[in-house]
Design a protein around this ligand. Sequence first.
Ligand code: GLU
Length: 385
Amino acid sequence: MTDRMSLAACRRVVIKIGSALLVDRASGLRKTWLDAMCDDIAELAAKGVEVLVVSSGAIAMGRTVLDIGSGALKLEESQAAAAVGQIALARAWSEGLSRHDLVAGQILLTLGDTEERRRYLNARATLSQLMKLKAVPVINENDTVATTEIRYGDNDRLAARVATMVGADMLVLLSDIDGLYTAPPHLDPKAEFLPFIPAITADIEAMAGGAASELSRGGMRTKIDAGKIATAAGCAMIIASGKVDHPLRAIMDGARHSWFAPSPEPVKGWKTWIAGKLVPAGRLVIDDGAERALLTGKSLLPAGVRTIEGDFSRGDTVAVMALDGREIARGLSGYDAQEARLISGKKSADIEGVLGYAGRAAMVHRDDLVMTAARKAKSKEEANA
Ligand code: GLU
C-alpha cells in the first residue's frame, strides 16, 4: 500500500507490548526477546524516531516472582503482584535500553490521569519533557492502586490514549496475533486476514466481536477500540505479532501485519481528548434527523434527542447513539441528565418554559462534539447505485 508510512519514517511511535511476550509464566522475564526489542528501539531512535513503550507484564511478572499459582487472581492479589512485578519490569527495561546508551523513564498512569483534563495535561507535560531529554518513556497502568471500577484494564486502549496524548504518528500493538481477521482465526478456518483497514467501520467493529468483557480483555475488541481512539486523532495503527525476536525490524522487513489508516480529517487537541474518553458518563439516543445534522457539522439540539441514559452532570462526556445502537459521537453535555430528560424532544425555543430559565440552545455544542463512528454500513442497493 503506497500510502502506508514506514516505521522508520515516523516522527513519534508508541509501541505496546503484551504480557506474554515479555514474561514466561514459568521462567519469568524473556530476556532474549527484550534485548532484541531494545535493539529495534535503538535502531529506530538512531534514525531520529522518538519511541515510547507501553509495557504490560507487571502482574504476570509479579505472579512468577511471588509464585502465585494459576487461575484468576483476587483484586488485592493482582495489586500485590503488580507491585512486585513492576519493579522487576522497570529494571529489565532500564537495563535493556542502557545497553544502547538509552535512558528509560517510568510512568505509571491511573484512569484519572487521562480522563481528567487537568491531570491529562500534567501527564502530557511529563512525557514531552522526558522525550525532550531523549529518555524513552516506559509506561504502564498503575495496577497497584487500580480497582475494577477505576482502571483501564487493558494496555491497548491505554497505549492509544498515550499515542494521542503525545501526538504520535504511529501506534504499534504487539501481541500473539498478527493482525485483524474477518473472524477469529482459531474458531473459523475461513477467516480472512485483513492487511489494510482504511477506516474502522461498523463491519470492522463487528469482526472484533462483542462488547469488551473480562474475557476479551486485551483481545481484538480492545485493539479495535484503541484503533478508534488513535485513528480519530490522526495516528495510524499497526497490529502485528510480537512472537518473533526483533518484531519491529520484522515489520519493516515486510512481515505480515494489519495497518489501520489514520483519519483523513483528524480532530485536534481538545476534541482528541473528548473522542478518546474511555468511560462516558451517560448516553444520548438521537433520531435519524439529528444524526444527519451531526454529520454535517451541526450541534445536537434537544429536539433530536429521544432518550437519556445514565446520571451525568453538565460538562461530563456523553456518548451519542443512533437509534440502531451505534455510537456515532462523543461530546460534553450542556445539561445535567435530569434537565436533559426534561427538555429532550423539545424545541430550543421551549427550553425556558420547561426549565424556568433560558438554557443553552444545544444539548451538545458542536465545539464540544466529535464524530467517533463508523458511518452506517451502506445497504447493497446504495453501494451498487
Ligand atoms: N497492566 C497490566 C500489567 O502490566 C496488563 C494489562 C494488559 O494486559 O493489557 O500486568
